[in-house]
Design a protein around this ligand. Structure first.
Ligand code: SAM
Ligand code: SF4
Length: 326
């Protein structure tokens, strides 16, 4: 590894999220319009070889953790052998995936065998009818059964719930109670306004989520581990698992943000909400690995101190989460 990668605010950048596809088998209300999004054509989507070059270059620059996201990463053909290759990269400490869990019954065992560090599974309701409404075309049973299978294989699990007022916020306590039974990290994510014109009013702040849980189950704060991500973590006394609250919008983690994102078409973003993008494709098409490295360093150098989207702002970021991977 060369020198660790720092931005101009002295944040160490060691975490890369690769959105390996913009395709998805769900249409979650907070992420995509009902009709889906305009998909990129196959030529625009980076090949695994190309993603591998980005990952290899990034790891050589100091990236220690890679997350595969999407769209739905586990529906892309060939994803498991690709992950095996990534996992063998010298210098990479953690390889993780964010998935909607629909294919977990088929993929949990191979993911376990290749040594996945942990899995993030998105789950926004424990009620089958509501789950179907939120995901529009998803079904709860395979996701839940997949989670239980992954748990039985001892894959560390993080369950991500996007909290939406009037849609699933009455299930906050049920999700928190999962940690009494399972050794999972259940994480409550502040709803983020999206390019589909969805409303800020739908969101609950991290504070409100905390109060709701704490009033029923008093929470103890627990310490932050290295490479652990943006959640503030708690435990209900005596619980097996932990609770994380991710204040994506309240901006409490910008000061320690360590991440970069690459879209399925090779667009590098230094902040989820920023329009400051670098197209990596020309470097990859020309096999210009020096140019690629310099482009990544230059993009890191431009990483903003914090994002500017807030609860009281009416303007929306121009992004679809399924294109950049959340
Ligand atoms: N398909 C995978 C999944 O659902 O886990 C990975 C891609 S998804 C875009 C990545 C993450 O973004 C998920 O945890 C999802 O809940 C989150 N996400 C998408 N739209 C969001 C929104 N409007 N607000 C907060 N989180 C969002
Ligand atoms: Fe698909 Fe994940 Fe977006 Fe849901 S959140 S539509 S599962 S990409």
């Amino acid at each position: 590894m060369e020198q660790p990668l720092y931005d101009r605010y002295q944040r160490k950048i060691n975490y890369l999220r690769l959105s390996v596809t913009d395709r998805c088998n769900f249409r979650c209300v907070y992420c995509m319009p009902a009709e889906g999004i305009d998909q990129c054509n196959h030529q625009q989507i980076l090949s695994y070889e190309t993603f591998y070059s980005i990952a290899e270059t990034a790891v050589a620059l100091g990236i220690e953790k890679i997350r595969l996201t999407g769209g739905e990463p586990l529906i892309r053909k060939g994803i498991l052998p690709f992950m095996q290759r990534l996992n063998d990269l010298d210098g990479l400490k953690q390889l993780v995936v964010t998935t909607n869990g629909f294919n977990l019954l088929q993929t949990a065992k191979p993911l376990c065998d290749l040594g996945i560090h942990y899995l993030n599974v998105s789950l926004d309701s424990l009620k089958a009818d509501r789950f179907a409404r939120i995901t529009r075309i998803g079904t709860l049973k395979p996701v839940w059964d997949g989670l239980i299978l992954a748990d039985s294989l001892a894959i560390p699990l993080k369950v991500n719930m996007v909290v939406m007022r009037g849609i699933n916020d009455d299930e906050i306590a049920d999700f928190a109670a999962l940690t009494l039974k399972y050794n999972w990290s259940v994480r409550f994510i502040e709803y983020m306004p999206n390019a589909d014109g969805s409303k800020h009013e739908r969101g609950l702040s991290a504070d409100e989520i905390y109060q709701r849980i704490n009033s029923l189950y008093p929470l103890e704060k627990i310490s932050h581990r290295q490479l652990a991500g943006p959640a503030t973590n708690y435990r209900i006394k005596g619980a097996k698992g932990t609770i994380g609250i991710i204040s994506a919008l309240s901006c409490s983690f910008c000061s320690s943000c360590n991440r970069l994102r690459v879209s399925s078409t090779g667009i590098l973003r230094n902040c989820l909400f920023s329009d400051q993008e670098t197209d990596l494709k020309p470097y990859l098409d020309n096999n210009d690995l020096t140019g690629l490295k310099e482009a990544i360093i230059a993009n890191v150098d431009q990483k903003p101190e914090h994002h500017t989207v807030s609860w009281d702002k009416s303007e929306l970021p121009k992004l679809h989460m399924s294109k950049i991977g959340g």
